[in-house]
Design a protein around this ligand. Structure first.
Ligand code: BGC
Length: 472
């Protein structure tokens, strides 16, 4: 009797320790997400002041914005290798250090070349963070709450974007663009400190043959030894395929299918047009009839709030309703939102200027943002970290994350040209068409991975099952 009580107490203590560790892991990986969001969000507010300070041409303005995405694409692709060789923890530490250097460098830049180099370094850090953090989280979590944890990471991305919008608004009163860019070094420092306390991923350790260490960490994360040992066994099984990244990609058709699926998912996420709305929100509101800068800034902050709040819906639904239904509803929502937004803008441009049309245009913008945030925003990152086989996971996730940044850059660089060529309404209708296509692609190609262990997904993929069935 006494023994039983003592055992219960030990179990409770262990469960509490495992829970605390998980909270810390989520916090640290969440900091990486926060920085990702801060860096995406900060530039729109800082750019007008940087332009005046350095008397930038429009070409140079585009460079100031896009060097970050270029750096991110480079960061994501090279981190595949770094994180495979040195582990997730070391990569995150390197990312945090670059965040600090990049944000201080761009904030103190005495001239444009130093600003551009700092933006590439900062982008490199964002590329590392956007690559390693979801991968690390998917490897550290139990299958039942993997979706929730990665949505939590996405939630931090959206909070980062929102905080950047708010901080830009505050600093914009004095035109303090250096403060806007420099303040990001503080959360970067916090990330650096917290990463030191993180354990390395047991899946990565096992892939390097360090089974004892992997077992130790799994036992720390699980409530019972039996659970930890069974997870280690599953990892052991999935490691029997003895090949790696690029060579596996060249030789194995199933690995190629997973890599292409990941790239397609990220391209779909970006071609929804979400970032166009985020980057150009003030211009969209101007077209909708809100001419005053203050109104536009407030509307932009409301976009940021909607983005963050709607991500909570994803956190609550992905592990219960599953990835696929959420994704279908999301793409359908974005299609409806962009279509109706286009209709409003068409009417305004044609000379119908009623207040209700402008308000409806704003509501449709928010509806589009919410549809993305509750679906493709988090779900694409979740799926991309789940579908790659362990031996080529680093390579696969590097390819999909790099695709995210390259398409992000294409979207940002083509939006204004599309508007000038086709007009703003037709531009949004092009995105409507894309999102309808994505509903169909989701039905045909995307697997449901809710509640399935990573090892099972891998087995189904390697057995040659159809992509949409690898999660069943
Ligand atoms: C996307 C970013 C986007 C952000 C918006 C992320 O999932 O990858 O491109 O800016 O969501 O919240």
């Amino acid at each position: 009797m006494e023994d039983a009580l003592q055992n219960d107490a030990i179990d409770a203590q262990r469960a509490l320790k495992a829970k605390r560790m998980k909270v810390f892991i989520t916090f640290a990986a969440g900091m990486a997400g926060l920085l990702f969001g801060l860096d995406i969000g900060v530039i729109s507010g800082a750019l007008p002041f940087i332009t005046t300070h350095f008397e930038l041409s429009s070409r140079l303005q585009e460079w100031v914005v896009s060097t970050m995405m270029l750096g991110a694409a480079l960061g994501a692709i090279s981190t595949g290798w770094i994180s495979f060789r040195l582990g997730r923890k070391t990569s995150l530490t390197a990312g945090a250090a670059l965040f600090i250097i990049g944000s201080l460098g761009s904030s103190l830049a005495p001239n444009v070349p130093i600003l551009l180099v700092s933006r590439v370094l900062l982008g490199f850090a964002v590329g590392i963070a956007s690559y390693v953090a979801p991968l690390y989280l998917s490897e550290m979590s139990e299958k039942e709450d993997r979706g929730k944890l990665i949505s939590m990471y996405q939630m931090m991305v959206t909070i980062g974007i929102l905080v950047a919008f708010i901080s830009d608004t505050i600093f914009s009163y004095g035109g303090h663009w250096r403060m806007m860019l420099g303040i990001i070094s503080l959360p970067a420092l916090l990330l650096m400190i917290s990463v030191f306390g993180l354990p390395d991923s047991p899946r990565w350790l096992a892939s390097k043959g360090k089974f004892d260490k992997a077992k130790e960490i799994l036992r720390m994360l699980n409530t019972t030894d039996a659970k930890a040992d069974s997870e280690l066994n599953e990892i052991h099984e999935s490691l029997k395929v003895k090949q790696e990244g690029w060579s596996l990609f060249k030789e194995n058709k199933n690995v190629r299918r997973a890599v292409y699926l990941g790239m397609l998912l990220q391209a779909m996420q970006q071609f929804t047009g979400m970032n166009v709305i985020l980057y150009y929100a003030p211009q969209i509101f101007k077209h909708a009839g809100f001419a005053n800068t203050e109104q536009q800034m407030i509307a932009t902050v409301i976009c940021g709030v909607t983005n963050a709040l709607a991500t909570i819906i994803a956190m609550k639904t992905v592990d219960k309703q599953g990835r696929k239904p959420v994704l279908k509803i999301g793409f359908a929502g974005i299609a409806i939102g962009t279509f109706l937004l286009g209709v409003c803008l068409y009417m305004i441009n044609a000379g119908f200027s009623a207040l209700w049309i402008s308000i409806f245009a704003i509501l449709m913008t928010l509806f589009t943002i919410a549809s993305f945030a509750m679906s493709a925003g988090p779900v694409v990152w979740i799926l991309c970290s789940e579908i790659q086989p362990l031996k080529s996971r680093d390579f696969g996730v590097a390819c999909s994350t790099t695709t995210n940044w390259i398409v992000n850059m294409i979207i940002g660089a083509t939006f204004l040209t599309l508007i000038n060529t086709f007009g703003i309404a037709v531009t949004f209708w092009i995105y409507t068409g894309m999102n309808i296509l994505f509903v169909i692609l989701t039905v045909l190609l995307i697997p449901e991975t809710k509640g399935i262990s990573l090892e099972n997904i891998e087995k189904n993929l390697m057995d040659g099952k159809r992509l949409r069935d690898i999660g069943v």
